[in-house]
Design a protein around this ligand. Structure first.
Ligand code: NOJ
Length: 741
């Protein structure tokens, strides 16, 4: 007995300490040497993840059990334990286990840990990859300073159905933009290198096709062609992997009849096979034993079997592996090789994070204190919020508000002064007290020149109309009205699908009453998804889409309203006119009966509404204007692996500085798999001073013309192509043709 213990001790010193010999060992050798020491129970334990929201609180029976499991080496990772004090306390328990294998601490740090940045869909509207990388990095730096090692983000699911509450968590509808953002966010979360103490491991989720759940019912089934899967839904995952995403999370949905957590096709064939992924896959919360509820397996043991065989390495919260893997091994249904592979993947990440060298390296109180909500992050949060704002309408240049003149502004609506809502959903360890609301931001901005009257009018939801009269009275006294309307912060996100995308409660009634007073109205709409608000868009003089912008909401909106920041956001997702148009994307097809505006007859579309959306993908106004001119291609033909360069002049023709998101779309008019009318293939966000011109160039090669053909090969077909350059998917300013030979 003593001998064995001594043996373990000496080996672990070799594996875990800072001695130079250990440092010289490669991680894979170090992983193997730990693996050799592990019992079957300990191996299975590494694959087990528990939530521990109140684990450091009162010692309830449940907490006692979890703590015992940790001490027994039966837990590989915890979610929802965060903060240096708590993570240290729980890691100390893991250090009492036989092999002292450190725990991985994880949490959904989606758009901020303590400093809350705009919700991901909102931030995607910035089309600013660098700011997205920076906010992900800041979120990671805070999370890492709070003892965390791993975030369940980014969500890279493409979503073309705004009824789905989780559209808020992603980057919108477009595969190209979504892939670029996936990369930026992974690089941001993971920082310079796994193991840096200002970064955490990323998790690309939810693998795969979750954004296409039928009728937007969360957790539902997905029936999808191979072609659609490869063309639209998988590329952002591949981009996340290529950027180095340490982990993947499987999805709750089925894909063509198979629960994603049991999908051999997704996890083994594609991810670990074709893509050679070397990170690990975690299931979603309880999704392994949910296979029983799906009707895919009869019991938890079969669920565990299906999940492990199909490549799911870690079981989040279902205990299926813990309870059944050992028996499945004894029955020879699961091989030790398979189990070892999963364990090795997890241990490798623990080594890469430096946890074997020091399990407490993310537990530093001083770092925690100085990192959370530091001045640099607050500045970044304001900048990211400014860039996420989309100006949808600006009749007669009502905006920006003139700062010099004395005016009375009525700020009306349930979201004018609501701190909690501004955080949106998935709020990490954010604190609503830190939020600057629109009312607060305006007060600060206009302290000299404007008198503000702030009135709620109605609640976000509910049928109380008793405050509407006060809102009308305020509008009468005012020169200008700003209305803050929209959804509640928790009306989007997981399990928050809606069938009605209009403003909830009595907000439309409030708007109508206030608007009838006759003062110019600026509507600021806030939501985690595209809402349908045609009745407001038509009547308001100006409309701003403000998503949920996080801590700095009010400052950023006030900056835009006052013209201190010229809005530059563009919609990353189509805004429908009606729920009946959903699912909707700018990537429509011509069909055999093309849709022609204002025509009637046998054409694709509806008899009661045009096909066009309320606001198109890529749309967003600025206080200035941009001219696109002089498009030139350096050649007309691409041959072999060559490319062409398209250049044009972009000029800021208005009288203030601004930024334009120049969008490049490709049209492939004849293809062996019929192609959408246009597909985004590149973009640049360009800052120009008033009057300034710049030559903008794009390179187009075969890859930008490729698609998944009938054999599911990524290939470009020779023929003619159209290149379309514009300010939005429905605002093409320049076009040209070229050929691929
Ligand atoms: C369920 C969600 O689907 C997933 O996105 C999240 O990461 C986990 N719960 C953990 O909170």
């Amino acid at each position: 007995m003593f001998k064995i213990k001594l043996g373990i001790l000496t080996t672990l010193v070799g594996v875990c300490s800072f001695n130079t010999q250990a440092q010289r060992k490669t991680i894979s050798q170090r992983v193997d040497s730990v693996l050799k020491l592990m019992s079957l129970d300990e191996k299975v334990g590494q694959l087990n993840q528990y939530s521990g929201r109140n684990l450091t609180g009162p010692l309830t029976e449940q907490n006692r059990n979890v703590q015992k499991d940790i001490k027994d080496g039966l837990v590989g990772s915890m979610l929802n334990v965060h903060g240096v004090k708590d993570t240290r306390q729980i890691q100390e328990i893991a250090m009492q286990s036989r092999l002292k294998i450190p725990l991985l601490f994880s949490m959904d740090v989606v758009h901020g840990y303590r400093t809350i940045f705009p919700v991901p869909l909102g931030e995607a509207a910035s089309w600013d990859l660098d700011i997205m990388r920076q906010t992900a990095h800041a979120a990671a730096a805070e999370a890492a300073a709070a003892g965390l090692h791993w975030t369940f983000a980014p969500m890279v699911d493409i979503a073309r159905d705004p009824r789905w509450g989780r559209v808020m968590e992603g980057a919108g509808e477009d595969t190209y933009l979504g892939s670029k953002i996936a990369k930026a966010r992974v690089l941001g979360f993971q920082g310079a290198k796994l193991g840096a103490t200002d970064a955490v491991m990323a998790c690309a989720k939810h693998f795969a096709a979750y954004g296409a759940v039928l009728a937007a019912r969360d957790y539902a089934e997905v029936e999808m062609s191979e072609h659609e899967l490869w063309e639209t839904y998988l590329p952002p995952f591949k981009a996340a992997q290529d950027a180095g995403a340490a982990t993947f999370m499987s999805a709750f949905n089925t894909l063509n009849g198979v629960p994603a957590a049991a999908s051999n096709y997704l996890q083994r064939d594609i991810l670990k096979g074709k893509w050679q992924y070397n990170g690990f896959v975690v299931s979603d919360w309880g999704s392994i034993d949910q296979m029983i509820k799906w009707g895919y397996v009869a019991n938890k043991k079969d669920a565990a079997l299906k999940a492990i065989l199909s490549g799911c390495d870690m079981d989040m919260m279902s205990r299926s592996y813990l309870e059944h893997l050992k028996t499945l091994l004894a029955e020879k249904k699961v091989s030790i090789k398979l189990l070892d592979d999963a364990v090795k993947r997890i241990l490798t990440k623990k080594f890469e994070m430096g946890l074997f060298d020091d399990p407490y390296r993310f537990c530093n109180e001083d770092r925690e204190r100085s990192t959370l909500r530091n001045a640099e992050f607050l500045k970044l949060a304001r900048e990211a919020a400014q860039k996420s704002i989309v100006l949808l309408k600006n009749q007669d240049h009502l905006l920006p508000l003139q700062t010099g003149i004395r005016q009375t502004i009525a700020v009306i609506g349930p979201l004018a002064n609501s701190k909690r809502d501004m955080l949106g959903n998935w709020t990490g360890a954010g604190d609503a007290d830190n939020v600057v609301t629109l009312a607060a931001g305006l007060k600060q901005k206009f302290v000299q020149s404007k008198q503000l009257i702030i009135v709620n009018g109605t609640d976000v939801k509910g049928s109380d109309t008793s405050g509407i009269q006060a809102a009308v009275d305020a509008a009468r006294k005012a020169d200008i009205v700003i209305m803050a309307l929209g959804e509640g912060g928790e009306m989007s996100g997981e399990s928050k699908s809606r069938t009605d995308l209009s403003l909830p409660g009595r907000q439309q009634q409030l708007f109508n009453a206030v608007q009838a007073v006759g003062k110019p109205v600026i509507a600021v709409i806030m939501a985690g998804r595209p809402l349908i608000f045609g009745g407001i868009a038509n009547k308001a003089h100006a409309v701003i889409y403000g998503w949920f912008l996080g801590d700095q909401t009010g400052n950023a909106l006030a900056d835009v309203l006052a013209g201190d920041y010229n809005p530059s956001g563009k919609l990353p997702v189509t805004f429908p006119r009606s729920v009946g148009q959903i699912p909707i994307s700018y990537q429509m097809y011509k069909t055999g009966h093309p849709w022609v505006a204002a025509a009637s007859g046998y054409q694709t579309g509806y008899i009661d509404m045009p096909n066009t959306p309320q606001y198109a993908f890529g749309y967003g106004l600025s206080y200035t204007s941009f001219k696109y001119s002089d498009l030139k291609l350096d050649k007309q033909v691409i041959t072999g692996n060559g490319s062409i360069t398209a250049s044009f002049t972009l000029t800021n023709t208005g009288n203030c500085n601004g930024e334009e998101v120049v969008q490049l779309y490709i049209n492939d008019p004849i293809a062996s798999v019929v192609q959408p009318i246009k597909k985004l293939k590149d973009f640049q966000k360009v800052a120009l001073k008033s009057g300034e011109s710049r030559l903008i160039s794009f390179m187009i090669d075969k890859d930008k013309l490729a698609f998944y053909n009938q054999q599911l090969q990524w290939a470009a077909e020779p023929g003619k192509f159209k290149l379309l350059l514009g300010s939005a998917s429905d605002d093409i300013r320049l076009q040209s043709e070229f050929e691929l030979k």
